[in-house]
Design a protein around this ligand. Structure first.
Ligand SMILES: CCCCCCCCCCC/C=C/C(=O)SCCNC(=O)CCNC(=O)[C@H](O)C(C)(C)COP(=O)(O)OP(=O)(O)OC[C@H]1O[C@@H](n2cnc3c(N)ncnc32)[C@H](O)[C@@H]1OP(=O)(O)O
Length: 302
């Protein structure tokens, strides 16, 4: 069975994020995702959406305490919310931020990658791929208002955005730190970083698993602006206004031209990428590394 949940319409592949949800949920999720958003706002348990139809934008807040780790549930709800906004012509931009104090997102949920079976790992990785593809190729203007720590998968999400505003707090580090966990950022994580900060800086950042504090993140181009914490949201809004002053069709075609080749690389090898992930994460040595890392995270408190 093909692992990629998508259908082709003309030259465009429409991904159906709910296609990998348990069978019973399909119809309900699909019809919900087709509805218009309107002005009242919507959301789910883990993704809060605050629409401003008059402005054509929505603020999307991740709220999966304590650290917005990207569980299968959060990934699913995230993709469904995105799909809703993408399908509603009212919306031209999204500001992506966190509802969890001090953390934008702790990245992929380590519990999803520890002690589970291969089928679970495959399902999980497919959901990670899906979110990345959705975000990276979104027609909407995406602005990340990074109001907390932003490691690994959290950083990846911010890198899919068109612009990143980071709050000026030394605790709010950002980067792809996978090697510190004894794991490897896959090629599409790497490609996303290279497209943002260039090859040489990525090589150093990835091998050393560097988590950049705000001033350095700005210097290497990992973020576009660093502002006092209480100005992150307002700055994101004024940056959004600038991006929305560009005609959508011209901006969207340009974005697609810049990003399509990178996305296509994954689209063409989704199944083998899943197999690589499952094989890698199932190794005893990798499981041990992740357990050690989780242990350190827990010890930090005590
Ligand atoms: C040959 C090539 C093949 C390649 C195949 C692919 C290979 C695999 C690729 C996998 C890519 C992985 C990407 C990732 O995103 S991995 C996740 C990396 N994330 C991190 O390193 C961040 C870890 N967390 C932190 O540093 C801190 O928690 C943080 C700074 C975010 C917040 O600190 P704070 O002090 O506020 O909170 P705590 O540390 O006390 O955490 C609270 C509880 O949350 C738990 N926690 C934290 N992060 C995670 C996580 N990512 N997943 C699950 N759980 C997490 C933490 O343990 C605390 O739990 P308890 O309250 O139970 O102790």
């Amino acid at each position: 069975m093909a692992l990629v949940a998508g259908m082709r319409v003309g030259s465009r592949v429409l991904f159906r994020p709910w296609a990998w949800l348990p069978g019973a949920a399909l119809g309900r999720k699909e019809s919900a995702a087709r509805g218009r958003v309107g002005a009242r706002g919507f959301g789910s348990q883990r993704v809060l959406v605050e629409p401003d139809p008059a402005a054509g934008i929505a603020v999307m807040k991740l709220k999966s305490p304590p650290v917005n780790s990207l569980s299968l549930e959060l990934l699913t709800e995230f993709v469904i919310s995105l799909e809703k906004l993408e399908n509603d012509k009212t919306f031209r931009g999204i500001i992506l931020t966190s509802d969890c104090p001090g953390v934008f997102s702790a990245g992929l949920d380590l519990m999803e990658m520890c002690g589970k079976n291969p089928a679970h790992y495959a399902e999980y990785w497919k959901a990670v791929q899906e979110l990345w593809l959705r975000l990276y190729l979104s027609n909407l203007v995406l602005i990340a208002a990074i109001n907390g720590a932003c490691p690994a998968g959290g950083c990846l999400i911010s890198l899919t955005c068109d612009y990143r505003v980071l709050a000026d707090n030394p605790k709010y580090v950002i980067g792809l730190n996978e090697t510190l966990l004894g794991i490897v950022a896959p090629f599409w994580f790497k490609d996303t970083l290279v497209n943002t900060i260039g090859h040489r800086t990525s090589e150093r950042a990835l091998q050393l698993g560097i988590l950049f504090p705000p001033a350095e993140a700005l210097q290497v181009g990992m973020v576009d602006k660093v502002v006092p914490e209480d100005q992150v949201q307002s700055t994101a809004l004024s940056v959004m206004a600038q991006w929305l002053s560009i005609p959508d069709h011209a901006r969207q075609l340009t974005k697609n031209m810049m990003r399509k080749a990178t996305a296509d690389r994954l689209v063409k090898q989704r199944d083998s990428d899943i197999q690589n992930f499952v094989g890698f994460i199932s190794r005893d040595s990798i499981q041990k590394s992740l357990q050690v890392y989780l242990g350190k995270l827990r010890q930090k408190k005590g």
